[in-house]
Design a protein around this ligand. Structure first.
Ligand code: ATP
Length: 512
């Protein structure tokens, strides 16, 4: 399957099995807005729990808050979002489709990278054991030609980005012959700025309604509560504030399913530190966040850092943690060293002193900040796209399985009476009663056992528990493992322990 096809299969699977639905579907949907169904919400909640507990329980100096979506409009002036939260947009005059100029160029660069990687893979196949990748990249003429093209476009792009030079963006698009995927033409408009914040008004018009914004990030809710939390929690630097919540961005091009939505959810943590220590803490959080990802067991090679070449004027270090999505390596999380930009600006705009009195040195200063920021929905997409597999079985059949890391699985165990009679449903209900307080379980008695196994595989349930006639006699059940499909006989009294070992989130947290 090509990556495109795989992605289509994933979207269809998410809908068919109750993970993700297009929003307002009976009205033909709303672009780039999605709803989570009965399975999706469980997966999402488990991801949030893994993050929340890793932040607030494993770090004694990190606490959580829940701030509002609506905030004072001056906040977005102080944060720079009113003035500078813009994307460069460009339209194709023939298809009338709108694109982000930077994304068009980045996709083009990505394709060159893909070509180089393909050449390398060809070389690897040809030379086998003796293959020296570094040397191949330095000497192979095809790779060198692509590399020269990449470097030239890339350096023009970085310069244009640094200078906010929109005419140059357009020129790069023209020079590279980047066409609209719909019309196939190069008939582009100029590049223009577009602010991504949604606005609405608060209060009645007679009262003089105020324009307010739907927050485009959760971080500012943390900054404006810095003093409240520091004082009431008697927090000493370094300390962090974590928050999970909705954010809204009027994305120009919302593509790739839940990767880029107009309403999404973020998990952000701002870590307040003494100025001068930020690069050390940046390193610490970079590693800690990577470890949180790799700990899920989805393959260390599926993640990589992408250090920013262009730093925002207030940042002195920034990196993305990229994940290998079906459409290539793309940002999953950002780790940023934001200096005292946000607290400093809120101090200026609000006129309130936002400082920390350091009892050790007797000085007062505005803390610096390291931010970790991850999209819940992108994380859901990472887990689902990595987990969905079509497997060929020994008997020639195929099965679709979602091998979601067990602690994140929406349903942990399915309880299945072999037949709908002879007291098996009643026994199975007793098993449910035994397990339901600890795990999200599903009871299913319809269809053949094989069909029920397949359904549970497709939603990623780690254990299927089958109750048969012998169960009534020996008090044991058959437990089937999602990944190996191996079956074993287990006394009902031991079920809780067996399931817990595999699905308990604390085991995952202990490995961090
Ligand atoms: P991108 O470059 O992909 O637009 P960004 O750099 O603007 O992302 P940040 O502002 O750093 O993203 O936001 C932090 C995280 O929030 C991102 O790493 C991503 O996981 C998530 N995120 C940002 N925008 C969206 C969106 N429109 N839909 C879903 N998740 C998003």
């Amino acid at each position: 399957m090509t990556q495109d096809e795989l992605f289509k299969v994933l979207v269809a699977h998410c809908k068919e099995y109750g993970f993700i639905f297009p929003s307002s579907e009976i009205y033909d949907g709303l672009a780039a807005v999605y709803d989570y169904g009965q399975m999706g919400v469980e997966l999402k909640n488990n991801i949030k729990q893994y993050w929340w507990n890793a932040m607030t329980r494993l770090n004694e100096n990190i606490v959580g808050i829940d701030s509002c979506i609506f905030m004072h409009p001056r906040i977005w002036e102080a944060s720079g979002h009113v003035g500078a939260f813009n994307d460069p947009l460009i339209d194709n005059k023939d298809s009338k489709k709108r694109y982000r100029a930077d994304v068009l160029i980045e996709d083009y660069l990505g394709k060159i990278e893909e070509k180089m990687n393909k050449e390398v893979e060809k070389g690897r196949k040809k030379f086998g054991e003796a293959f020296d990748e570094a040397k191949f990249r330095e000497t192979n003429p095809n790779v060198l030609r692509e590399k020269a093209r990449y470097d030239e476009v890339h350096s023009r792009y970085v310069k244009a980005e640094q200078n906010n030079d929109f005419a140059e963006y357009r020129q790069i698009i023209m020079d590279c012959g980047i066409v609209c995927p719909i019309s196939g033409t190069c008939n582009w408009t100029d590049v223009r700025q577009f602010n991504l914040m949604f606005s609405t008004s608060m209060g009645s018009t007679a009262d003089g309604a105020n324009t307010i914004y739907l927050r485009p990030e959760t971080a500012q809710g943390i900054f404006v509560n810095y003093l409240n939390v520091q004082k009431t929690g008697r927090m000493k630097l370094p300390f962090g504030i974590a928050q999970i919540g909705k954010a809204f961005r009027n994305e120009i091009v919302a593509r790739q399913f839940i990767f880029r939505m107009r309403e999404f959810e973020q998990m952000e943590m701002q870590f307040f530190i003494k100025p001068g220590t930020e690069l050390d803490w940046f390193k610490v959080w970079k590693e800690k966040r990577m470890q949180w990802h790799v700990n899920l067991g989805m393959g260390a090679l599926n993640y990589r850092f992408h250090d920013h070449e262009k730093l925002a004027h207030y940042a002195n270090a920034a990196t993305d943690i990229e994940f290998n999505f079906p459409f290539g390596f793309k940002e999953l999380e950002g780790v940023h060293s934001r200096t005292d930009f946000d607290l400093g600006n809120h101090q200026k705009f609000s006129g309130k002193k936002i400082q920390y009195y350091d009892p050790e040195t007797g000085e007062s200063y505005t803390p610096y900040v390291i931010e970790t920021s991850i999209g819940v929905d992108r994380m859901v997409l990472a887990v689902l796209s990595h987990s969905l597999k079509e497997e060929k079985l020994d008997n020639g059949e195929t099965r679709t399985v979602l091998s979601i890391p067990a602690p994140l699985a929406p349903v942990k165990a399915a309880v299945l009476p072999l037949v709908k009679k002879d007291g098996l449903p009643e026994f199975a209900q007793k098993v449910m009663d035994e397990l339901k307080y600890d795990f999200n379980c599903q009871y299913e008695e319809k269809d053949s056992i094989g069909k029920r196994y397949r359904r549970q595989d497709a939603i990623g349930t780690p254990f299927c528990i089958t109750v048969d006639h012998d169960s009534l006699v020996d008090g044991s059940v058959t437990v089937r493992d999602r990944d190996t499909m191996a079956q074993e006989r287990v006394p009902v009294t031991e079920l809780r322990k067996l399931i817990d070992e595999r699905v308990n989130m604390n085991n995952l947290l202990r490995k961090l």
